[in-house]
Design a protein around this ligand. Structure first.
Ligand code: NAP
Length: 326
């Protein structure tokens, strides 16, 4: 039987790398789209590089997107590429809009031109809920994004819905709450805390400056979420789904758990940094994934505390290797 073929944009990112591994295990042929950079950044896919096919492309450029889809003819496209860091979106709002908003239209347009029967997954975000109007947030909750990133994602969400309704395409928007892992970028709150806690415990640093400690997020385990992406493209008819754990924790609690794993008192090391505050903040996110649980059989498998423990352990091992400790 010919293996199913999937195109993954953003394959060098946290989710792209886990999704590629998951799809390979499911027997897929995986095509990963990477943009040209002056130095390669394939750390997250180094273990599977000989099992996937990498092709060049960029969300900014429509014609190569059409070429890639025409040449490889995937049956599923997962659009995970984005400028995904919220603080950067305040500094580079126009670029964020080009990648994270209009980039989605380019991918959808390429699919529509080549083969509108391709199933499409769009990586939407709980940041679209922003200043939340109900708790917990679900598929029907109205949106009120609070950053250029959230606004761009909201465009990506609606253009996905629009192509589904206008052209009868199988296009799905997965509204995912935060999900983390040892592969999370070092600038994101969870990884920043686990990495610096590990660094401090090894005597390689003493202080960790943080912004808003009161912000609350629904943090899940990234490998659970990529499994959910694949499940969302399985039903006969396309629909949007929320993925979340249904539990929320503050950044303060994140610090407490991460430093606590190492026997450290976080309050002695974490300092408040006004430079890390955002022009507009999202105070609380907590999702209701009942629809995904009932219709897709999806549920999270790793608790917040277990996840932070895994991330701290991975950062300790990484730092020990980098600094030739032990
Ligand atoms: P990530 O680690 O930041 O990865 C982003 C990926 O996008 C990277 O592979 C990056 O490539 C690629 N990319 C950026 N700009 C591009 C462009 N112009 N053309 C082609 N590729 C480009 O993000 P992630 O955490 O894996 O998240 C995956 C997706 O889910 C993103 O769209 C994110 O916004 C969304 N999301 C994430 C979360 C979460 O909690 N992780 C929650 C909700 C939604 P380079 O390696 O070249 O930079």
């Amino acid at each position: 039987m010919t293996p199913r073929k999937a195109l993954v944009t953003g394959i060098t990112g946290q989710d792209g790398s886990y999704l590629a591994e998951f799809l390979l295990d499911e027997g897929y042929e995986v095509i990963g789209m990477v943009r040209r950079t002056s130095t390669l950044n394939f750390e997250r896919i180094v273990g599977i590089q000989d099992r996937i096919r990498l092709v060049q492309g960029d969300l900014l450029d429509l014609v190569p997107l059409i070429d890639v889809i025409r040449e490889h003819r995937p049956s599923e496209v997962y659009n995970l590429a984005a400028q995904s860091f919220i603080p950067t979106s305040f500094g580079q709002p126009v670029l964020t809009g080009e990648f994270t908003a209009l980039g989605v239209t380019r991918v959808l347009e390429a699919i529509r031109k080549v083969d509108p029967s391709i199933r499409f997954y769009q990586a939407s975000s709980s940041e679209m809920f922003g200043r939340v109007v109900e708790i917990p947030q679900r598929e029907t909750t109205p949106f009120h994004p609070r950053s250029p990133y959230g606004v761009a994602k909201l465009y990506g969400h609606w253009i996905t819905v629009n192509y589904r309704e206008s052209y009868d395409m199988y296009a799905v928007s997965g509204i995912l709450f935060n999900h983390e892992s040892p592969r999370r970028g070092l600038e994101f709150a969870t990884r920043k805390v686990t990495y610096h806690a590990a660094k401090i415990s090894l005597g390689l640093a003493d202080r960790l400056p943080m912004g808003n400690l009161e912000a609350q997020r629904d943090w899940g385990w990234a490998p659970d979420y990529v499994r959910g992406m694949h499940l969302m493209l399985r039903p006969d008819a396309p629909e949007d789904f929320v993925l979340a754990t249904g539990r929320t924790h503050s950044v303060r609690r994140l610090c407490e758990v991460a430093f606590g794993c190492l026997g450290l008192d976080w309050e002695r090391h974490v300092t408040l940094s006004a430079a890390d505050l955002r022009p507009a903040e999202v105070d609380l996110l907590v999702g209701d994934a009942s629809k995904a649980r009932e219709r897709l059989g999806w549920k999270p498998t790793v608790t917040f505390e277990e996840m932070i423990e895994k991330m701290v352990a991975a950062d300790l091992a990484l730092l020990r290797a980098q600094h030739h400790l032990d």
